[in-house]
Every structure is written in C-alpha cells, then in structure tokens.
Design a protein around this ligand. Structure first.
Ligand SMILES: Cc1cc2nc3c(=O)[nH]c(=O)nc-3n(C[C@H](O)[C@H](O)[C@H](O)COP(=O)(O)OP(=O)(O)OC[C@H]3O[C@@H](n4cnc5c(N)ncnc54)[C@H](O)[C@@H]3O)c2cc1C
Length: 391
C-alpha cells in the first residue's frame, strides 16, 4: 500500500504550485477587484493568453490528453495533484484542455469527430461546454425533456437548458437530449455536438452566480443537426456523461483541498501574529482546535481523493467513493474556510482577501455536479442496497 503520489507526479504538483504562485496569484488581487464590479473571477483575454503561454513553456499543457495529440497521457492520479494546486487560487482557470469533456469525448467520438473536435480540444486550441441541466431537471438529469427527433439524415432538437457554464464562448457544446421518451436514462438519452452559432441554438441570457461565475440559459428551437453530430450511440449518452461528471467531481474534490489548505495556512499565519488580550491567537485553545481539526480533515480528504483517483486508473468502479468525496470534501473545506474567516476577524470579511471568494465557490460546489443530498443518497443506497448496515 502506498499513500503518496509517485515521485514524478509529486514533481508535477510542485511545478504547478510554482506556476500558480508565479503566474496566477499575482493576478488575484486585480481579479478580486473586478469581481467586486460584477465582472466575475475569470481572466481577460490578454491575461489568459499570457498565462497560457507560460503554461505551455513549462510543459503544463495537454496533461491528460493522448500522446498522439501532443499530450502527456497522465493518469488521474497525477491530475488530482494538479487540480489541488490550481484550487489554491480563486481565479477560474484550467490548464488546457479542461479534463472532464475530454474524457467524455475520447470514449465515444467517431474518427471524423475525433479529427474535428477531439484533436483540437485535446491540443487546447478549442473549448467546450456541456448542456445537461434544464429548468425542470437538474439533480435528476433523467427527467430532462429536451427532445431530439430523427428527420431523414438529420436530427431536429427542441427544448431548454439552464445553468450552463461557458456556453456563450465555447467553440462547441455537448448537448444532451431525449431520443426515446419511454426508455429515458436507460437507453433513451443521447449526446450531440453543436458548434457555437448554429441556428436554433440560442443563448438567451447570462446568469451571474455566486463565486464570480456565470452560467447561461439556452433555448433550443428547431435546431437541425446532421446525423454525424450524434456523439456515441443513439440512446447511450448517459454513461459517457456520467464518466464526464465523475472526472469533474474528483477534480472538484482536489480543488476543495487546495482551497482548504490555503485557508489553513492563512489561519496559522494570522494566529501566530495577532495578539488579543495579551496573548497570541495561536495560544488560544479555540483556535488550536480549529487548526487541528482542519489539518486532520484535509489529510482525510486528500487520502479519499488519492484513493479514488488510483482506483479509477485501475479501471475500478468508484461511484460510491466519488459521492463520498462530493459530500465530504466541499463540506470540510466550507468549514475550514469559515474558521479561517473567523480567525482573521474583520480582515476575514473583506473582499480584498480570497477567503470570501472561496466560501462562495464552495457554496456552489455543494450544488453543482449533483447536490450533497443526492450524493449522500447514492452512498446510502450502495450500502443499504447490498443489505449491509450503514454503521
Ligand atoms: C455554478 C454552476 C455551474 C453549473 N454548470 C453547469 C453546466 O455547465 N452544465 C449543466 O448541465 N449544468 C450545470 N449546472 C447545474 C447543476 O448541475 C445543477 O444545478 C445541479 O445538478 C442541481 O440541479 P437543480 O439546480 O435543478 O436543483 P434541483 O434538482 O431542483 O434540487 C434542488 C435541491 O433539492 C434537494 N434534492 C434534490 N434531489 C434530492 C434527493 N433525491 N434527496 C434529497 N434532496 C434532494 C437538494 O438539496 C438540491 O440542492 C451548474 C450549476 C452551478 C451552480
């Protein structure tokens, strides 16, 4: 049994940490200032180009993309270390290409789709969004009603999607729709590839979210797509979509560890320096317990994330582990960030420090990619369903 990252993966993690410290953290104060103006926590095109250029120089590009497309083919075991370091900074940035859609596409794309979408995506030349959620179906995507009906050599789609990230700027979107109402999630939901600007794929509005994010609402009105836009087999879109969600859930767990670890470091630094009533905060048992609890829970979370990544790389089923992570780690990080805010007093309440942005991001992470209640349900069902006692 080995609970450490492999040496080469640890070296990669260290490199990403330096990249975050040198390239992203210096931009954070300006990003936080822009967020106060309602502009979100993204980078400007100019900043992104500069950061991307540096990432490329350092070889931090296409990390889990296939070698045939210029990537490094790294396993998730390596990628969770990368995500942990990226999670330290509140800026909305992913080293291209963003992993989850890549994993979904790679499993099912046809040779033509590989040339047109997967290869440029894997090379970080184009970006993608995924549209699953609808006004009437979020936590339970099997309830989606957006319909795709075959019409000769084409598909005609109608429906509505909401809370979709990046869709206005993404080069293409993976759009989930019902192709067989009776079968639903068991053979009746398919995935389609839609290029930005395709007539009938109408971005209605941008929705400002907490944590400096934006999502969009989309109306799909007689969207006509060629047969070649079907991603994977008809009716079999749900399983690759779950694979995509799994990769994001693991990544979110790692981001949360990065955030919690940074908040703990801020808490320790402040507690060592601030004196109240003649004593350092670090000498107060209340604060010591917050520090100890945070360190223990971060350690436990890291083991959970490494364990799941390792099992994934072995090809093992990790649905229950992922649900445990999706509940435990964001709730752990929420608590740690909250304690750090309390330790810093009024400073912890400012919008100039990243803690409030972390708290907001952690708040939406507890809903996005499946709310905590649904993941608790998955964990409980996996135990109760096997006739085991939950204790
Ligand atoms: C910042 C952000 C970005 C997002 N990006 C995308 C995106 O790019 N693409 C996309 O398709 N979607 C995206 N989403 C949508 C996200 O996946 C959904 O919001 C999420 O799955 C929950 O769906 P819902 O909002 O409809 O909540 P609902 O399904 O209405 O659930 C509401 C609440 O009910 C409770 N609940 C639901 N089911 C159960 C249950 N079985 N047991 C107990 N309690 C339950 C939970 O507390 C839950 O929070 C994003 C969301 C956010 C916040």
């Amino acid at each position: 049994m080995d609970f450490e990252l492999k040496e080469e993966h640890r070296m990669l993690k260290d490199l990403v940490r330096r990249f975050v410290e040198d390239e992203l953290l210096p931009l954070e104060p300006e990003v936080l200032r822009r967020d106060m103006e309602g502009k979100g926590v993204g980078l400007t095109a100019e900043e992104r180009a500069k950061v991307n250029a540096r990432a490329r120089e350092l070889g931090l590009w296409g990390l889990d993309a296939p070698a045939e497309f210029g990537g490094h083919d790294l396993p998730l075991e390596a990628m969770v270390g990368v995500a942990e370091e990226i999670g330290r900074c509140i800026i909305n940035y992913a080293i291209p290409p963003d992993s989850p859609n890549l994993h979904m596409l790679m499993g099912v794309a046809t040779p033509e789709q590989t040339t047109r979408y997967v290869e440029p995506y894997a090379r970080g030349d184009i970006t993608a969004a995924i549209a699953i959620s609808e006004p009437g179906a979020g936590a339970d995507p099997s309830g989606m009603v957006t319909r795709a009906v075959r019409d000769g050599d084409s598909w005609v789609l109608n429906g509505r999607k909401i809370w979709i990230g990046r869709v206005a700027e993404a080069d293409f979107t993976i759009l989930m729709a019902v192709t067989n109402k009776e079968k639903g999630a068991r053979g009746g939901i398919s995935a389609f590839l839609v290029d930005r600007g395709t007539p009938g794929f109408n971005v209605l509005r941008q929705i400002p979210m907490i944590g400096g994010r934006f999502t969009y609402e989309i109306a799909i009105e007689n969207l006509r797509l060629p047969a070649s836009a079907l991603l994977g087999r008809e009716g079999e879109g749900f399983a690759p979509m779950q694979k995509r969600l799994s990769v994001r859930r693991l990544q979110m767990g790692a981001w949360c560890i990065g955030m919690a670890d940074r908040a703990l470091a801020m808490m320790c630094e402040h507690a060592n320096n601030r004196v109240t009533f003649g004593e350092r905060l670090a000498d107060r048992q209340a604060i010591q317990w917050w520090v100890a609890d945070a360190a223990m829970k971060i350690h436990a979370s890291r083991l959970m994330v490494y364990d799941a990544a390792w099992k994934w790389d072995q090809g093992r089923e990790i649905r229950t582990e992922l649900s445990m992570i999706k509940v435990f780690v964001p709730e752990m990080a929420t608590e740690v960030v909250d304690k750090a805010m309390q330790t810093l007093g009024a400073m912890g309440m400012t919008k100039e420090l990243p803690l409030h942005a972390m708290a907001s991001m952690l708040r939406w992470i507890r809903v996005g990619e499946g709310p905590s209640e649904v993941h608790r349900w998955v964990v409980a069902r996996s135990l109760l369903g096997r006739g085991k006692r939950a204790a």
